[in-house]
Design a binder for this molecule. Structure first.
Ligand code: NCD
Ligand code: ZN
Length: 420
């Protein structure tokens, strides 16, 4: 394989941009010209960034390949700058045993685009009743456990599941939702749900479980991660618990940083997501926490669905936003362009931070490291449409819109995995 020389780019090294050439030789990064021939990429005006890691991707495999398959999800990932994704186990059947974890690892690797780090369920079938085969799943390569998509309502089972997961060194993630409170709600409860005459999901559906989880984590002294926190109040509770020394961490999604419940006024089902888009005051509070470096990670909650499902009326369409293709661009537009937060301040939340949370090796742009990075042009504009996104799920609110900032190339272990 020829070496690669990337010239005229700004490279993010140790948290700062430097103008330097980067080379790939034997799959690794070097800053001095290697011997032999190089293929040259002129990256004038572009940025070389460490590859991204998504802690929350709905894989849909096995069982729901009509929504997404391993070919399309790995394409969407590398198109978005991701070389690593963590798969959620709410598949059909749910990934609650070692055979399915093995399947995801082996089949996902076939496409040689990105690595898949599977989560298994906390309970068998994600039914919230009996514990899953955690020890065997860990041996098969599971990085964590979650019943995401649902929340374990029984506190005793949650405690037993956490103790069991912790003995096996599995990362524990919770989707905080009181299903009795959210009931048949379809968007945030408030003025907008009133206006639309649709049942709402109040913020307390989230915060009541966050409060319980904090208490469980404190009582057992076991770390716990709350995913897709959508409310100011929920984030405040977690920050206060952290101050008390409780080992609790959380992530937020790009869409909760970019959109609000007002977007649902369009009745566009691509804005229907769980937890629901909240108020602008929630959104700006979460953005402020990113400015203050108080958020642990950003996870996409990539949730692809088929067209015919999202074509149902708002109250009957499934929850979820297809995100991997566009997450980084949306974050760049929201955090850097709109809110003036320098890229180098937040990119860690979707690259090194999730890797660290899961106890995996960091991926930095350093001499001798494996060449896992992507090249992003902040000024290029592209149109998001059915052809330009690779996920089978075309359910993004950005559909038909122009977006500034484009991923030009993604390298995984020194191999160019995007463009295809
Ligand atoms: C997810 C899905 O479709 O699997 N949907 C969503 O709106 N986030 C489930 C989930 O993560 O809660
Ligand atoms: Zn969820």
């Amino acid at each position: 394989m020829n070496n690669v020389e990337i010239k005229n780019a700004k490279v993010l090294i140790g948290g700062k941009f430097e103008k330097t050439a980067v080379y790939i030789s034997d799959g690794r990064i070097t800053f001095s010209k290697p011997k032999g021939k190089s293929d040259i990429i002129d990256a004038t005006g572009a940025l070389v960034l460490p590859s991204l890691f998504d802690i929350h991707t709905h894989l849909r495999c096995p069982g729901q390949e009509y929504k997404e398959d391993l070919d399309s999800v790995t394409k969407a990932a590398v198109h978005g700058g991701y070389t690593d994704i963590s798969s959620m186990p709410n598949t059909s059947p749910p990934a609650d045993n070692e055979a399915l974890i093995n399947y995801i690892k082996l089949e996902g690797a076939v496409f040689k685009r990105c690595r898949i780090h599977p989560f298994g369920t906390l309970t068998l079938g994600s039914k919230g009743e009996r514990l899953s085969r955690m020890g065997l799943m860990k041996k098969a390569g599971a990085v964590g456990v979650t019943d995401d998509g649902k929340c374990i309502s029984n506190g005793t089972i949650m405690m037993r599941a956490m103790e069991y997961a912790d003995t096996h060194g599995l990362f524990i993630m919770d989707h905080a939702e009181d299903h009795d409170i959210s009931a048949n709600g379809v968007l945030n409860e408030g003025v907008v749900s009133e206006k639309l005459g649709l049942p709402g999901i109040p913020e307390i559906a989230e915060t009541i479980v966050i409060k319980r989880d904090i208490e469980i984590s404190r009582y057992l002294n076991i770390p716990m991660h709350i995913t897709h926190v959508s409310t100011k109040r929920g984030a405040e509770l977690i920050l206060a618990a952290k101050k008390d020394g409780i080992k609790i961490t959380f992530d937020v999604t790009p869409h909760h940083l970019a959109f609000t419940d007002e977007d649902c006024l369009s009745f566009d089902t691509n804005f229907k997501v769980n937890p629901p888009l909240r108020l602008d005051s929630d959104r700006t509070f979460l953005i402020d926490l990113i400015k203050k470096e108080l958020i642990d990670a950003i996870g996409t909650d990539h949730a692809p669905h088929a067209d015919f499902e999202k074509e149902y009326p708002f109250d009957r369409a499934p929850f979820g936003i297809s995100s991997l293709d566009t997450a980084f661009c949306l974050l760049y537009a929201t955090l850097t362009v709109e809110n003036k937060i320098p890229l180098e301040k937040w990119i860690g939340l979707i690259s090194s931070a999730p890797r660290k949370l899961l106890g995996l090796r960091p991926s930095e742009l350093e001499e001798g490291q494996r060449a896992n990075f992507f090249i992003f042009h902040p000024k290029n504009e592209w149109k998001v449409d059915r052809k330009t996104i690779y996920s089978k799920g075309k359910n993004t609110p950005l559909q038909g819109k122009k977006i500034k900032g484009e991923v030009l190339y993604t390298f995984n272990n020194g191999k160019m995995v995007y463009p295809f």
